[in-house]
Design a binder for this molecule. Structure first.
Ligand code: DGJ
Length: 745
């Protein structure tokens, strides 16, 4: 049993392969946190870990218990208003205006596996042989409200998935004003807070800073997880590196407003809270109604951040990504967006498709602009039928031609959006999210549909289904290009308006659920102006996501490196685009663009019909190279070697390197990128990781053989000499070198 229960003292020990998570029921009937860290023995008591000291100038639980002070205690899911002055995990407002809850423990149950949630993306363990779920029950008898805390332990990935569920059994309403998914109180604050922040086209750059007294957090109020901050955070010991030291990772299986927060209190302990952002949230439960929080994934590594990322990648593959795609190699695609934007017709697209087929590409994706009368971004969102001008023979005809070429066919949708210039708006102006008699704020000339209304989701489902059936679609890129303003639903009563952000996301999930169920073979790629909704909620439905609209190879180094901390490379859409790059104006070699993009779900985003024969030939080679190593690139164990982020380990941001290793460790590919070239550059080596120490390998087909321990500890010499012929053709900046490491039989 990975979950051990000490019945008498009500101690719960969740033991992963390498970590322990222990808590107990305290005298006041609430849960107290005892330990979260490297694996320790199971005992019948942990008196020392539960010991508390009476402190002055704070409150006590009861007159006869002056030393039971909740403000001093580490807790598991704390309420507010009874002496713990830190930010609580939840708060309930009652009909009399009071906000005090008193949940007392009433029992527990343990089940094998991990059930799915209804209506929310979630971790799952359907085979019931890998996970155990502990549910603890609490009741506030006065208020007649029940609370369940769920802990699913995935011992081999050192992951715990947590969530909370409230049930109102009273005849009155009760309103949740906040309900986090997980709280974790840690006994000290010697951690760095690591988050992944940025902006559109600059997503998920790593930011690392020491915890300090007070609150530090990242969050979103955009009704999307956002490009600005990602819900994934880590707490790492200050000396923790990629390969050593303690790290805790937290992520939310959710795509809407979130808050990932750490609070360092007066006693230098740390409280982590992860969940729906309480700002812009409230949920009224009438008699018999429940509220289920999204799930929070907590993972622990005692051996650095590479291990943490690797165990998370494994966990997502087994327990979050749709099972039919978990191990399925993803096709190499070509997308017409940067080649044509809105200016295309069937003939033009077919020429691109033909050339793509010639070089070995497998999937043709028709992006924005195929529907209604969309010749620019001002029209037709919501009108999901083919533009007759561009496709006089219908979209089915185009798809037939593509399929005849033995290419797969994919289409772009932006299901949540509406243009004022659309048939849909003419018919249903009230379906737009807006506040009556207030101005509507446009974003990219468009507005958002009220997905809290079932009839809206039904309508879009029907429209999309028709297109999918007509085109026998293989792939969908689901875009979302603006954040939500004036959030309000004309279909909801005043009291429920603050439920709208969550209801909206539930509507998005409902559409995803129905489409992925009905068209289970269709591969979904999520997108939100690039990587603006790159989160675990999306991953549950769409196994891949467009990582960023920024396809410049140099910028992608940072974006993909940052993303790799919390997400596997099989989720990262990575394409080669034309130069000068549309976002940065930078000219990078075709080989560098491909070398960076190989370490994700590979594709092209350029007008392949305009390339010189020499580049086409190079692309053909790239495609067959990727096919040869596709499994390794998409599903291999990912190691970060040198960081492009300036900071720890004296990195100056000029060099970045990383590596993928096969399951059996017999094959690996590393990439080392040098952004700017230096004259007479310093001597250097690359230190590979994850190899078998006693196994002999070659590097890039070398005649010299190397033991794994040599390659990992002594390193491999990196030549700095510039190839004169190559150099004459282009600048020696932006160079990416690949190292193919192959075991010798
Ligand atoms: C934003 C996406 O990130 C792009 O790839 C492209 O699909 C455009 N939207 C189309 O409008």
């Amino acid at each position: 049993m990975a979950i051990a229960v000490e019945e008498k003292r009500q101690i719960f020990h969740l033991q992963g392969d390498n970590f322990s998570y222990i808590f107990h029921v305290m005298e006041n009937g609430e849960l107290g946190q005892l330990y979260c860290g490297k694996k320790i023995h199971t005992k019948s008591d942990y008196k020392n870990l539960a010991t508390r000291e009476q402190r002055n100038a704070t409150t006590a639980w009861r007159l006869d218990k002056p030393d039971f002070q909740t403000d001093v205690l580490k807790q598991e899911y704390a309420g507010f208003g009874k002496g713990d002055f830190r930010v609580p995990a939840y708060q309930i407002i009652f009909t009399d205006g009071s906000r005090i809850s008193d949940f007392k423990y009433s029992g527990y149950e343990i089940n094998q596996g991990k059930n799915r949630l209804h209506g929310l993306p979630c971790a799952f363990e359907d085979s019931k042989d890998d996970a155990e779920t502990l549910t603890l029950f609490f009741e506030d008898k006065n208020a007649q409200i029940k609370l369940s805390l769920n802990y699913s332990l995935f011992p081999h990935q050192n992951v715990i998935v947590r969530s909370a569920e409230f049930i109102n059994n009273s005849s009155d309403w009760a309103a949740l004003s906040m309900a986090f998914s997980a709280q974790l109180d840690l006994p000290d604050c010697r951690y760095d807070f690591i988050h992944f922040s940025g902006s559109w086209a600059r997503e998920r750059h790593l930011v690392r800073s020491r915890l300090r007294p007070g609150l530090q957090s990242v969050g979103s109020l955009r009704t999307a997880s956002s490009a600005q901050h990602n819900p994934f955070i880590m707490l790492a010991r200050p000396d923790a590196t990629e390969d050593a030291g303690e790290v805790l990772g937290f992520n939310l299986i959710y795509s809407g407003n979130f808050l990932s927060q750490a609070e360092v209190d007066q006693f230098a302990t740390t409280r982590v809270l992860v969940g729906i952002n309480p700002q812009e949230f409230s949920w009224t439960m009438r008699q018999g109604e429940t509220f289920q929080t999204p799930e929070c994934v907590i993972s622990y590594s005692a051996s650095g951040m590479n291990t943490l990322s690797q165990q998370l990648a494994k966990f997502y593959k087994k327990h979050l990504v749709p099972a039919r795609f978990a191990e399925k190699e993803r096709p190499i695609l070509i997308n017409n967006w940067e080649a044509t934007y809105f200016d295309f017709d069937e003939a033009k697209l077919l020429t691109i498709a033909e050339k793509a087929k010639e070089v070995g590409i497998e999937l043709f994706v028709l992006d924005d602009g195929w529907f209604g009368h969309r010749d620019d971004d001002t029209a037709s969102l919501g009108d999901w039928f083919a533009d007759k001008k561009k496709f006089p023979l219908g979209l089915g005809h185009l798809s037939e031609q593509i399929h005849k070429m033995r290419l797969k066919f994919g289409l772009w949708f932006e299901p949540e959006m509406i243009s004022i210039d659309s048939d849909l708006y003419k018919e249903h102006p009230d379906w737009v999210i807006h506040v009556p008699d207030r101005a509507m704020t446009p974003g990219r000339n468009q507005f958002v549909l009220d997905f809290s209304r079932k009839e809206v989701v039904d309508y879009i489902f029907t429209m999309m289904s028709k297109v999918i059936e007509e085109t026998k679609l293989d792939y969908i890129k689901w875009d979302m290009n603006r954040h939500i303003t004036e959030i309000f639903s004309t279909a909801l009563p005043p009291v429920a308006q603050q439920e709208m952000p969550h209801l909206y996301i539930l509507g998005v999930y409902d559409l995803y659920e129905r489409l992925t169920k009905k068209f289970s073979e269709v591969l979904f790629e999520s997108c939100a102006s690039g990587g603006g909704r790159f989160d675990l909620g999306m991953m549950y439905y769409a196994p891949q996501a467009w990582t960023s609209d920024d396809t410049d190879a140099v910028e992608r180094i940072m974006i993909q490196y940052g993303t790799s901390y919390g997400y596997p490379q099989s989720m990262m859409g990575a394409h080669v685009s034309a130069v000068p790059n549309g976002q940065t104006g930078r000219v990078t070699p075709l080989s560098t663009r491909a070398s960076v993009a190989y370490f994700g779900v590979f594709g092209y985003e350029l007008d392949i019909t305009k390339l010189p024969a020499e580049e086409l030939a190079e692309i053909k080679e790239q495609v067959s190279f990727y096919k040869k190593y596709r499994r390794l690139f998409q599903f291999g164990k990912f190691y970060r070697i040198e960081s492009p982020f300036i900071g720890k380990n004296n990195t100056d941001g000029n060099i970045a390197s990383w590596q993928v290793v096969s399951e059996d460790k017999k094959q690996a590919i590393a990439c080392r990128c040098q952004i700017l070239n230096h004259a007479n550059a310093p001597y250097c080596r690359i230190y590979f990781k994850g190899l078998l120490p006693d196994q002999k390998y070659t590097v890039n087909g070398s005649t010299e053989e190397f033991y794994g321990d040599e390659l990992m500890n002594a390193g491999y010499f990196v030549t700095q000499t510039i190839d004169a012929v190559e150099h004459a053709k282009r600048s020696a900046d932006f160079e990416a070198k690949l190292f193919i490491i192959q075991a010798v039989d």
